[in-house]
Design a protein around this ligand. Structure first.
Ligand code: SF4
Ligand code: SF4
Length: 303
């Protein structure tokens, strides 16, 4: 095994170990149940052309790994090819998904707890990965935690941010986008994501797709659309996800959470459960190809 592969396994163990052992991994309910069981971990090179494509598609404000690392990560500048984006997916546990399947307008208590306390753990995990790498003498930065991370108004997307965890996960081979904008991963769309940019050399995870919507039935097979029916405020239509409608519903959910669950929180995620992509890839051909470890043919060269 090469040194780079050993380092990849070390990072994977760093993440899985924190999930297994940290007391911060809790839903903060009476039974002190854990928020997460494990993570899917992927890696993308800082020199991957996909980062520049994101910038061109999302907007100039969207960082490449090189930009966020050299601005916030270290006094020691790095070239794109010296950087790796470490991305992880935290799949929602079965009982949390099950609880939210019953929800019709606002999130279940379990889902709202994960939104607040599960994400607090995800923040701690980002710090843990950065600090673990620093102890090994490797500079690292969590883009979501730097002071310059911001949300901006976008003509194309209503609003967008300087760094997108879902796009980082897509680049790291962990999933493709669905009609509702969620990322469909090997363990489904009901999940949360995190990432860190580090000056390390790790083999990139192959992307088992060339189409960024390959795992969604609506785009791959012209069927499904179940997430449209699950949304209580019709924020998902054949045109995609209306972020503003969704944001307004989330804002309203905070009063519901406080009144019914008695903590400061919010959440929805109704479109992430009770749908074919809840806990796996619903497109049979794509799922089976992934299980066989097959990669799609490379896209044709640009004319
Ligand atoms: S519910 Fe169906 S249409 Fe919606 S994202 Fe999942 S697979 Fe696509
Ligand atoms: S699109 Fe937004 S409001 Fe609609 S179900 Fe999904 S999270 Fe809830």
């Amino acid at each position: 095994m090469s040194h780079d592969q050993i380092f990849r396994d070390w990072i994977n163990d760093l993440i899985q170990g924190f999930i297994a052992d940290s007391p911060l991994n809790t839903m903060q309910n009476q039974a002190n149940e854990r928020a997460w069981d494990h993570a899917l971990v992927g890696f993308a090179s800082g020199a991957d052309p996909i980062w520049q494509q994101y910038k061109e598609y999302i907007g100039a404000f969207h960082w490449t790994p090189w930009e966020v690392f050299n601005q916030y990560g270290s006094q020691d500048p790095a070239a794109p090819e010296e950087l790796t984006v470490i991305s992880w997916v935290l799949p929602q546990r079965e009982q949390v998904r099950k609880a939210n399947r019953r929800a019709r307008k606002y999130a279940s208590e379990a889902w709202a707890r994960i939104r607040i306390y599960g994400e607090a753990f995800n923040v701690a995990l980002r710090h843990h990965v950065v600090n673990g790498l620093k102890k090994k003498g490797r500079a690292a930065v969590a883009p979501m935690l730097v002071p310059g991370w911001t949300i901006v108004q976008s003509q194309r997307f209503s609003y967008a941010s300087s760094w997108s965890e879902r796009h980082a996960a897509h680049a790291a081979g962990l999933g493709t986008f669905g009609l509702c904008d969620g990322l469909i991963t090997a363990e489904g769309k009901a999940m949360r994501v995190g990432s860190v940019v580090a000056k390390v050399s790790v083999p990139p995870t192959p992307r088992p797709y060339t189409d960024h919507q390959a795992y969604c039935l609506y785009f791959a097979e012209n069927t499904c659309g179940e997430c449209m029916k699950r949304c209580p405020v019709q924020a998902i239509t054949p045109d995609g996800h209306d972020k503003e409608k969704c944001r307004q519903h989330l804002a309203l959910s905070s009063a519901y959470v406080k009144k019914n669950y008695h903590f400061e929180g919010y959440g929805c995620g109704l479109c992430q459960v009770g749908v074919p992509c809840e806990a796996g890839i619903p497109v049979k051909a794509a799922r089976e190809a992934l299980e066989r470890g097959e990669l799609p043919p490379p896209p044709p060269p640009l004319a």
